[in-house]
Design a protein around this ligand. Structure first.
Ligand code: BG6
Length: 520
């Protein structure tokens, strides 16, 4: 008979309630940067308040600026005040939490700084706080290699066969390289001092509840999974729209552009979860194998086919909700003649048995009318008899929308009869909202991701071959664009749904973008 404790144990990967019991120290490189203040410390504070951090734990902030423990804690407290928005947004437990935070001033290329870091870890006294280490690299990717070399030199990072004597994990933020070649170089560098199992490449979209729910939804609901193929589905649209411009990140954006900043990671990740085959288990390697397989099944867009399959765009001055917006070329630290794209729409085909012939339309852009991320699955129409044969009826094909943010939920559109003595019809919606079902609070992506790192589960992180395959897909697109200047058909006013050419991309196949609706 099966052992009951095995049956009740959470499955490896995606287990429902994480709590790492092993004491550990999280060292944040880039501790005076925006991410630390805005996301990482508020997430850790939340986890602490919910009793999900190990006891004891320590956080060491490492950066170049001159600060004391006290002044850094003060800044982090302000971050929590401004950015924490869950059930523990008060500061009642701040002092007890903050007692675990300390600051270390250091240059990333100065070996003495790492010796000082090692000494700090020793001072903690408790051996597990020195043995179990998370190195969070919230720094420029050009410095990742340097940081891991130095950590290794200081005896803090080794390629570990297993976790028997403690664990050392490296978390890297995006952008992971700027093309396939730089990503390969970066991977080759990291792998010198850490095994793949010790490397956690972040894509914060994977930490979002609703993105994780794509898998649950698909693989635990028979009625949908049976329709999840080319027989029933006509096409799929994935929209990630933002209602902000590049703001103060003009310098970064000039190097990146939307293809690298959003499409290479967040959108391709959503696509792989929507379209992948069911993995044999929820273990990290099984899930990631399926995602890589899916990415490899995407029909390559070549420099020759790019014009037919991809549209780029750049916003010019406009307004969103009556608020004036600058054009991209007028943003701070942006070249006034810049050709960098702030919008991309692409039509992909997944050449495998399940999806042959089904277009997947992906689009994302800055300064669009509203902030919303959605996956819309458009089903095929009914046969052209009975109701469908009548052109006086308002019939639409079924559509399923997974609303990832905000107003998280799932909606199914079908046709209903308008009550009365005629046969008038109208599309209606069946809807599930996270808010009404589970209450308003959904944990921040970084809470989940930090917990997973401490638990050593890499399911929600990007594997080496995954990141490289995604670069391969977008590199060919960039190559196709070459140095061609952005044309008039590629620009769009801030506050509109992107360039004309993006509408034509779908119209050529008789399809139409479905724009997300404003939050209720
Ligand atoms: C980041 C991009 O990865 O994702 C930003 O660098 C973008 O340009 C952001 O604004 C969007 O994330 P979210 O969670 O607000 O949808």
């Amino acid at each position: 008979m099966a052992d009951a404790s095995i049956l009740n144990a959470p499955p490896p990967g995606l287990s429902d309630q994480r709590r790492s019991d092993e004491p550990c120290t999280i060292v944040i490189f880039g501790a005076s940067g925006d991410l630390t203040w805005r996301k990482l410390i508020p997430a850790l504070y939340h986890l602490y308040c919910q009793g999900q951090l190990p006891s004891p734990f320590r956080v060491v902030g490492f950066a170049r600026r001159d600060k004391t423990d006290e002044s850094w804690r003060g800044e982090m407290r302000a971050g929590v005040t401004e950015h924490a928005n869950g059930p523990h947004d008060g500061l009642e437990r701040w002092e007890e939490f903050a007692a675990n935070l300390s600051y270390l001033r250091g240059d990333l290329n100065d070996s003495e700084a790492y010796t000082a870091l090692a000494a700090r870890l020793e001072q903690f006294g408790e051996p597990a706080l020195r043995a179990n280490l998370v190195f969070y690299l919230a720094i420029s990717p050009s410095l990742f290699g340097l940081a891991v070399d130095q950590l290794h030199e200081a005896g803090l990072l080794e390629r570990l066969e297993d976790d028997a004597a403690g664990w050392q994990r490296v978390v890297v933020e995006k952008p992971f390289g700027k093309d396939l070649q730089s990503a390969q170089e970066l991977n080759a560098h990291l792998i010198r001092h850490a095994r793949e199992r010790q490397i956690f490449r972040i894509d914060h979209y994977l930490g979002k509840e609703t993105v994780q729910n794509i898998m649950m939804f698909r693989f635990s609901n028979a009625i949908f999974e049976q329709l999840w193929n080319r027989e029933a589905i006509e096409h799929v649209q994935i929209t990630v729209s933002e209602n902000i411009g590049v703001g103060s990140r003009g310098g970064y954006f000039e190097e990146a552009g939307t293809l690298r900043d959003m499409m290479q990671n967040h959108l391709l990740q959503i696509l792989s979860l929507v379209a992948m085959e069911p993995p044999p288990s929820l273990a990290a390697e099984d899930v990631r194998n399926e995602k890589v397989k899916l990415l490899k099944s995407i029909r390559p867009i070549t420099p020759e086919t790019v014009a037919e399959h991809v549209v780029r765009g750049q916003y010019f001055a406009g307004a969103i909700n009556d608020e004036a917006r600058k054009g991209y070329r007028q943003e701070e630290r942006v070249d006034p003649a810049s050709n960098v794209e702030t919008y991309v729409a692409a039509k992909f085909f997944v050449d495998n048995w399940r999806w042959s012939g089904v277009p997947f339309y992906l689009r994302t852009g800055k300064n669009l009318p509203l902030r919303a991320s959605e996956v819309r699955v458009q089903f095929r129409p009914t046969p052209n008899v009975l109701f469908a044969a009548r052109d006086d009826l308002d019939l639409q094909s079924n559509a399923l929308t997974l609303r990832l943010q905000p107003d998280e939920g799932i909606f199914l559109r079908f046709n209903g009869k308008v009550p009365g003595n005629t046969i008038a019809t109208r599309p209606v919606r069946m809807q599930f909202g996270y808010d009404s079902e589970f209450g308003a609070y959904t944990p921040e992506a970084y809470e989940r991701l930090l917990l997973e790192v401490m638990a050593g589960d890499a399911t929600l992180f990007i594997r080496r071959d995954e990141v490289e395959t995604a670069w391969q897909i977008v590199d060919a697109i960039r190559e196709g664009w070459g140095d061609e200047p952005i044309t008039n058909s590629e620009i769009y006013a801030a506050g509109t749904w992107g360039p004309e050419a993006a509408e034509e991309l779908l119209a050529r196949s008789g399809h139409k973008w479905h724009n997300p609706q404003p939050e209720k």
